[in-house]
Design a protein around this ligand. Structure first.
Ligand code: ATP
Ligand code: MG
Length: 487
């Protein structure tokens, strides 16, 4: 099993100090599945003060019995690779969840069993002990977690309804884990989720947001959202999306708005959760602006309304301002017009200015998602490839005098001359030289050369320069076209 040396040494230190200590929760689950754990949790009989005595670099910041120890501090040698923290938590049980949010009371315990009982799912209630002497690690499995791991099942520890009533976030954790691991929900657990969907109302939006982000980062976000809808959890998270269920579109679409949103998410080629979220929400304005029925239905301005709705949804769920702005921007601009032959380079530049250079890739990916989600099979039609080509072309701004570190005004000042054709000629010659060697693009070199060119036969120099530039332009354009497969 792939346990980092820091963790092994930490467990050994605790045991030689006389305390029981086990790896527990998600990291044990992931180790047994052969996945790389996201974080390392340790549960122990030692009380926080005792943990701190063994690991003076640890920090004890809350009253839940968790001490954070930086991984780096655990190995003295040159081993720099691993960073992050290990969470060491004293055995504890929880009781009295009055507000469905946080346990009212955390009680330290003397037995591992009590600590495992409070955990949400059988696959998350496994503990792993490492005895230096023993050949293989010892696994403590009180609730059949290993069997559920083998059968790929998410099953609540104990009575599902009670456990979900204690903490409603577990409803969402179940869906999130099934999306991450491709596990099924055990039927009784699933029924309890659907029955108690309303408990999500009491959960802090930040906690919901964090689970949503993990769902969108998982390999199966659209399946998870479909399940959120069928189990009615979606009503308490994004009710606006529930409004899209069953809303038919027009003759350009074969799917309802909701199905199309789900499929766009499914086929989104970009792994960034923000782009995926935009794919899910891009048509969220449609149900409210729909005019007429049947094949003639219209959805004017759904992009504008959709952007406003998206902003409201993400504010409600406490997404950061930056994340929200990025998703809203994509939803707002997903309808950008593009037709080969009709769109000029200038209008492509305007699109870049509006959307932001750094968001273009995402916007194109959203467009691809949108197309694939509409049932049209071609991933990247000629139109999109052509747009990508134009974007590349206007962005790289192939060889123009504008990229020179000196301009006509500078030359007039430097050479004490009025405007005239000699300025253009000098700039052309300078450009041809910079093309040959970009390192020459500095004011010292360019000023020096400008004086020389001015004193020489600049007419014929200009002709030579133009040839160099023309050849370079052709090569560049051919290269960019080849990259985008356009003629
Ligand atoms: P991840 O891979 O995202 O870290 P995880 O299962 O490890 O998933 P954590 O939030 O790191 O999730 O929690 C660690 C462990 O703490 C869980 O495996 C589970 O045993 C327990 N746990 C976390 N949240 C809850 C909860 N809301 N109710 C009960 N147990 C929980
Ligand atoms: Mg974890």
């Amino acid at each position: 099993m792939n346990i980092p040396p820091q963790i092994k040494s930490l467990l050994a230190q605790m045991r030689s100090a006389g305390y029981e200590a086990y790896l527990v929760g998600g990291c044990v689950r992931d180790l047994l599945l052969g996945r790389e754990p996201k974080d390392w949790d340790i549960t122990t009989i030692a009380k926080p003060e005792e943990i701190l005595r063994i690991f003076p670099s640890g920090k004890y910041e809350n009253s839940f019995g968790t001490v954070l120890v930086p991984m780096k501090s655990l190995l003295s040698d040159q081993d720099e690779q691993e960073s992050g923290v290990v969470e060491i938590t004293t055995y504890r049980s929880e009781s009295r969840y009055q507000d469905h949010r946080h346990p009212e009371e955390v009680k330290f315990e003397d037995e591992l069993d009590k600590d495992l009982e409070r955990r949400d799912f059988t696959i998350n209630a496994l503990a792993l002990g490492l005895d230096i002497e023993a050949a293989s690690p010892e696994i403590i499995d009180l609730f059949g977690g290993q069997k559920d791991l083998r059968q790929r099942i998410i099953r609540a520890v104990g009575e599902p309804e009670e456990r979900f009533k204690e903490d409603g976030l577990r409803l969402l954790r179940a869906i999130r884990l099934s999306a991450e691991l491709d596990f099924a929900l055990e039927p009784k657990t699933e029924r309890a989720i659907s029955k108690l969907a309303g408990s999500l109302k009491f959960i802090a939006p930040e906690r919901i947001r964090d689970e949503l982000i993990k769902i969108f980062q998982s390999p199966r976000p659209s399946e998870a959202v479909a399940r959120l809808a069928s189990l009615k959890l979606l009503n308490y998270i994004i009710p606006e999306l529930v409004q899209a269920i069953g809303v038919n579109q027009n003759r350009h679409h074969i799917h309802t708005v909701f199905k199309h949103c789900l499929l766009s998410l499914k086929y989104c080629p970009n792994p960034d959760w923000r782009v995926r979220l935009a794919a899910l929400l891009h048509d969220i304005g449609k149900p409210r602006v729909k005019k007429m029925q049947g094949t003639e239905a219209t959805f004017y301005n759904h992009d504008i309304l959709g952007a406003k709705m998206t902003e409201k949804i993400l504010r409600r769920l406490k997404f950061s301002q930056a994340d929200s702005a990025q998703v809203v921007n994509l939803v707002r601009n997903h309808m950008f017009y593009y037709n080969v032959g009709e769109v000029t380079e200038a209008s492509v530049r305007r699109l870049i200015a509006k959307v932001g250079k750094e968001n273009l890739r995402d916007l194109i990916d959203l467009r691809i998602a949108d197309r694939l989600g509409s049932g049209v099979p071609k991933a990247k039609p000629y139109k999109l490839r052509h747009l990508e080509y134009l974007l590349d072309k206007v962005q790289s701004d192939p060889v123009s005098v504008k990229m020179l570190k000196i301009n006509g005004h500078d030359l007039m000042e430097l050479l004490k001359i009025p405007p005239g054709p000699v300025l253009g000629a000098i700039l052309d010659v300078l450009l041809s030289e910079v093309i040959e060697d970009p390192a020459r693009n500095n004011r010292d070199y360019l000023s020096l050369r400008a004086v020389e060119i001015f004193a020489s036969d600049w007419q014929s120099g200009r002709q030579q320069a133009k040839n160099v530039i023309a050849v370079r332009r052709q090569n560049d354009e051919a290269a960019i076209k080849a990259v985008h497969w356009v003629k």
